[in-house]
Ligand binder design. Sequence first.
Ligand code: GDP
Ligand code: MN
Length: 397
Amino acid sequence: MNLHEYQGKEILESFGVRIQRGIVAHSPKEAVAAAKQLTAETGTGWHVIKAQVHAGGRGKGGGVKLAKNLQEVEDIAGQIIGMNLITPQTSAEGKKVHQVLIAEDVYYPGESETSEFYMSVLLDRSKGRNMIMYSTEGGMDIEEVAEKTPHLIFTEEIDPATGILPFQARKIAFNLGLSGTAFKEMTKFVTSLYKAYVESDSNMFEINPVLKTSDNLIMAVDAKVSIDDNALYRRKQYAEMRDLREENPIEVEARSVGLSYVDLDGNVGCMVNGAGLAMATMDLIKMAGGEPANFLDVGGTADAKRVEEAFRIILKDPAVKAILINIFGGIVRCDRVAQGVVDAYKNMGDAIKVPIIVRLQGTNAELAKEIIDTSGLAVHSAVQFQEAADKVKEVLS
Ligand code: GDP
Ligand code: MN
């Protein structure tokens, strides 16, 4: 589950990570009130207005702007709220901005130069360890740095059993070229950041830029946070941060009926029981020259009601040109699934306009095939896996 920048910063602050302070606003009027409050609390005269959407690259798309007085705060907030923000990370239509973060300007001039660093904490699955990635080349062009000069990005592996050790925090601060106050600030920053990542059950914390201010403070100016969905049951305070407006509407609906569904770019809808079989099915579709339109695991109870729900979800994606149902009947008998498919098809009337290929294997598979074949519906049955894939190819061509 992805979070907004302001929510990520709230989490960071709760773990003692220094952040660029800000207040969320939903209208130009609220923006001005927020700016006044920030000035009272932090002394800042200038403010940055930052679009809150689940996409990076906001700065490049015109979603992050500096306001030098309250009139500019009002004007810029008015421009950004309600706009369709298009960034290198959104689709061509962009993302609608519902709210902005009014933040203190932290790039003020002072005794030394400001510097922008990059830092993220993630899980390296192959090593079974967490890793901290960091670079002196932070800021809006980090993707280009990763592509053209990857040696400028360092990695520090962290053993999850010990957590980050003091020497590792010092090594990171040293590699970032820091000394004095900024060095100490950085060791504290990275230690607290790692703690925030672990204790919030996150998949990722990406802070870009991490800023060294002109008075040598280290703070998070941005925060991209993703919490592990499987941990939300025990992290209720973060689960409440979910913003459904930012998520794929078909996935939101599937979740509400308890289906495990992931929207993909292809044109073959998949309805499968079991995550492993679902992945194998997607592979097979690819090998037959098709592209899966989704991942969908209907789970153990593939009865008519569930099959119908799954049909409805799959068909919400206008790109779907065929549906492949691949169910292994172990505990659930294939003839009951077949009956479920036929009933769902009939219940849905004209809603199903694409060809359907059904492969049922396992208990009572033969009986199931007979039910499908004699139903009189435009449903193709297949017994072998490859046969099913070939039929998909046939109906698509
Ligand atoms: P992103 O483009 O979506 O990654 O959004 P960021 O939160 O990283 O902001 C984009 C850029 O805005 C940063 O890289 C900074 O250069 C700039 N920025 C952010 N905060 C401030 C600020 O307080 N003052 C000034 N002058 N620039 C800022
Ligand atoms: Mn950023």
